[in-house]
Design a binder for this molecule. Structure first.
Ligand code: NDP
Length: 317
């Protein structure tokens, strides 16, 4: 069985930053990229709030830069999904693509989060053809057109405001009679002249053959249905942390975010560290994820050093 010192799962800002630090510490990290190499930033456009890029940078380019920096210090970056883990003993066991097992002294989890979907067949079928979970990535394609955005949290409010500056009209579908978003974000949405908020409203079906042509709505109080003609359908109903494979081993909150010991990346299993959006449901920013990846590497380095001392002492006895 292959043995490595540090195994990093995930290739977003957290994973690559962990890799830079672990590689520079001589730990020869191996990083598995997962199903979306580069992570969520590869599906966004301009990133203007990452320090160090005064002119902004394309999200995908930024992740190429992160990767190059990790490789420069000797990180081994591999294609592949970690499909299961076994944290019952030590070293930790990690299975890749359901077949290859690797033993790792420390595991750094940087698996991030993914957008949630409503789960409608029409939403799936028209994904990328007018259906999107990222207004910032795709809003541009609907310039001057009419769109729907589903959701009532801060993300939906922020994305509705963003879209209102590009498109002709935004219909915001709120399933209850109130929004969850912070007061200031609600005010922003309510003050925008071209955003219409439809309370107590859910999506019955996204309409269209080759592209989105409309949406059939249902009023959650009266049950009444009606159709709107729109060209874009945005979903902003939150994110799901990519932590399913760890649920039998790690302490998590009720929504699946890994509980790290505050101020550290440590989980309930010694030698397993959680970084980035997989353990952060509050900030969800690339710069925070990068910082947390650094914590993961430093915590892993310390853990390995302590293990080495422990094993050396055991040999002497
Ligand atoms: P949230 O979980 O806060 O909100 C999700 C929203 O989607 C809720 O309004 C929820 O409705 C709605 N929703 C969920 N499922 C469905 C469904 N099936 N159909 C219709 N509506 C649905 O997620 P966000 O991504 O908005 O925010 C996550 C965290 O990030 C929050 O803590 C937020 O404050 C923070 N954030 C902060 C920002 C900022 O400060 N600038 C920007 C973006 C996010 P309901 O209310 O009925 O449950």
């Amino acid at each position: 069985m292959e043995k490595v010192k540090v195994l990093i799962i995930g290739s977003g800002p957290a994973g690559f930053t962990a890799a830079v630090y672990a590689a520079r510490a001589g730990l020869k990290p191996v990083l598995y990229q997962g199903g979306q190499p580069g992570g969520q930033l590869t599906i966004t456009t301009d990133v203007e709030n990452y320090p160090g890029y005064p002119e902004g940078v394309q999200g995908s380019q930024m992740m190429v830069d992160f990767q190059k920096q990790a490789e420069r210090f000797g990180t081994e970056i591999r294609l592949g999904m970690v499909t299961s883990v076994d944290f019952s003993g030590w070293p930790h066991k990690v299975t890749i693509d359901q077949k290859d097992e690797i033993e790792a002294e420390a595991v750094i989890i940087s698996t991030g989060a993914s957008a949630k979907w409503l789960g409608l067949e029409s939403e799936q079928r028209l994904n990328g053809m007018g259906v999107s979970a990222c207004a910032v990535c795709d809003g541009f394609f609907f310039r001057g057109q009419d769109v729907v955005i589903v959701g009532a949290g801060d993300t939906a409010a922020e994305e509705a405001s963003y879209l209102s500056k590009i498109v002709n009209k935004v219909y915001m579908l709120v399933r209850r009679d109130e929004m969850r978003a912070s007061t200031i974000m609600q005010q922003r949405v309510k003050n925008a002249p071209n955003i219409e908020i439809l309370f107590n409203t859910s999506t019955d079906e996204v309409l269209g053959g080759e592209s989105v042509e409309g949406v059939r709505l249902v009023n959650n109080v009266t049950g009444e249905k009606k159709e709107l003609k729109v060209q874009g359908f945005f979903v902003a109903i939150g994110h799901q942390p990519n932590t399913e494979i760890f649920k039998d081993w790690l302490d998590m909150d009720e929504t699946g975010y890994i509980n790290a010991v505050p101020g550290t990346s440590k989980t309930n299993i010694p030698g397993v560290f959680a970084t980035g959006d997989a353990q952060d449901k509050v900030y969800r920013q690339a710069v925070i994820a990068a910082g947390s990846g650094c914590m993961g590497a430093l915590d892993a380095e310390k853990f390995i050093a302590e293990k080495e001392v422990e094993m050396a002492e055991r040999e002497v006895m």
